[in-house]
Design a binder for this molecule. Structure first.
Ligand code: FE2
Length: 425
């Protein structure tokens, strides 16, 4: 397969991309092709497929079961989920995940890090997601984080369940220190997560400081532990919304140790803006971690979708560009260069966190996991949020749609005319 006339981020001019056996074998201004093997994308943006660094496949698409979240709060979401998960089956997880993954692939995501709640005694969520990972491996690369939703130290068996989940095949060790009963337990839970991670040589992927409480300071503990254990580059911290409320002097100290620890911060803008600030009267805090400042201070940041139509988030369509759209608004990253660079948050920064940079990108020798956007530049891509034209995984087209033609009455000629959406030259 040869993709003709592709616009590649950061490069001038248009390129042809030749794909063989699931790999990109050549990128050049012109590559000869037979008609049946060429896709002419006529100057559209081609990127490596998007990466979703934080997702909950086990609860996906359960909205309304057994009831709707009426308050829209994190805590009501946890209550509803604890009711739902009592009747969870592997088949149910596989069916919902299948639907959600097809949706996500259609929007250009082919790599996902999902959490599996491992505080349920029978570990059905984990077993279900291991099955999902196996069944859908040609469509999506899935990593599973063993996630102690209710805390590691809130119940005696939870440590054992976390370790068992790793033994059964979970990829990463999770934690949720801010939800433990005390600060001391929170610190201890981080130590336990590291102990298990080291024992089984796994990465750490925590929910950290997902609260508006400015006193919640577990991220510094995670960073310090990472440095002491020599775990640099192997730890991600999700949400970290408390950072929004820290004072600047403390935040500045934090940036430094985060950089040293090579921790990746994973904000989930759709969910954070929906769930945080709920205890505030006006003015209300945005409750999103400091994406712009973290990046300016050399800390790696990659985004997660977190939820789609579940007890915590009633909307979502599996579109990482929609996640990015929310991020650039709330973090006020709308300068021209910021918008252009913002796509790093759903592509290369995530690849760095997953340590797959050597195989990720639009270049010779990289994996042919590519998305052809229905846009000619980053600005119009984010403005119109269209579904991609093609999504390619391992060199195979796994999602495609026709270019749509929209006709609108032209106010000058008063006749229907094809809508021209191009703005930037
Ligand atoms: Fe989460």
């Amino acid at each position: 397969m040869i993709i003709k006339k592709a616009k590649i981020r950061g490069r001038d001019g248009l390129f042809d991309i030749k794909i063989e056996n699931g790999m990109i074998v050549e990128v050049a201004p012109h590559i000869a092709a037979r008609g049946d093997e060429a896709i002419d994308v006529d100057g559209r943006l081609v990127m490596p497929t998007f990466i979703d660094m934080h997702f909950h496949l086990d609860s996906v698409l359960t909205i309304g079961e057994p009831r709707f979240n009426q308050s829209g709060t994190l805590l009501e979401g946890i209550e509803i989920w604890s009711e739902y998960k009592k009747k969870l089956t592997i088949e149910d997880i596989v069916n919902r995940s299948r639907k959600a993954l097809m949706l996500m692939v259609s929007y250009g995501t082919t790599r996902i890090r999902t959490h599996a709640d491992v505080t349920e005694k029978n570990l059905t969520t984990l077993k279900g997601l291991l099955e999902v990972k196996r069944l859908f491996k040609d469509l999506v690369d899935i990593q599973i984080t063993a996630f102690p939703q209710d805390g590691i130290l809130t119940e005696l068996e939870n440590i054992e369940l976390l370790e068992k989940a790793i033994e059964l095949g979970a990829d990463n060790v999770g934690m949720i220190p801010h939800l433990e009963y005390t600060r001391e337990d929170g610190v201890k839970s981080i130590e336990i997560a590291f102990e298990i991670a080291k024992k089984y040589d796994r990465d750490i992927d925590g929910h950290v400081d997902e609260t508006d409480d400015e006193q919640s300071r577990f991220l510094e503990v995670v960073a310090a532990k990472t440095i002491k254990e020599g775990y640099m580059g192997r730890v991600t911290a999700g949400h970290t919304t408390a950072m929004h409320s820290y004072n600047d002097a403390y935040a500045d100290k934090l940036y430094r140790i985060l950089r040293k620890a090579e921790i990746t911060i994973v904000p989930n803008p759709l969910i954070n803006i929906h769930l945080q600030g709920r205890y505030d009267r006006y003015p209300k805090r945005r409750g999103l971690t400091r994406i712009k400042e973290l990046l300016m201070n050399g800390v790696n940041v990659a985004l997660g979708h977190d939820c789609i139509m579940d007890p915590w988030y009633p909307l979502g369509r599996g579109d990482m560009m929609q996640v990015l759209f929310m991020a650039v608004h709330v973090a006020q990253m709308m300068g021209y260069n910021e918008l252009i660079r913002s796509f790093d948050l759903i592509t290369v920064n995530a690849a760095k966190a997953l340590r797959i940079e050597s195989m990720y990108g639009v270049d010779k020798g990289k994996k042919a996991d590519l998305v052809v956007l229905d846009a000619f530049n980053e600005i119009e891509a984010l403005a119109y949020l269209k579904r991609p034209l093609y999504v390619i995984k391992n060199g195979m087209i796994v999602s495609e749609r026709n270019i749509e033609e929209v006709k609108v009455v032209d106010p000058v000629s008063r006749k229907p005319a094809v809508l021209d959406e191009r703005v930037l030259k």
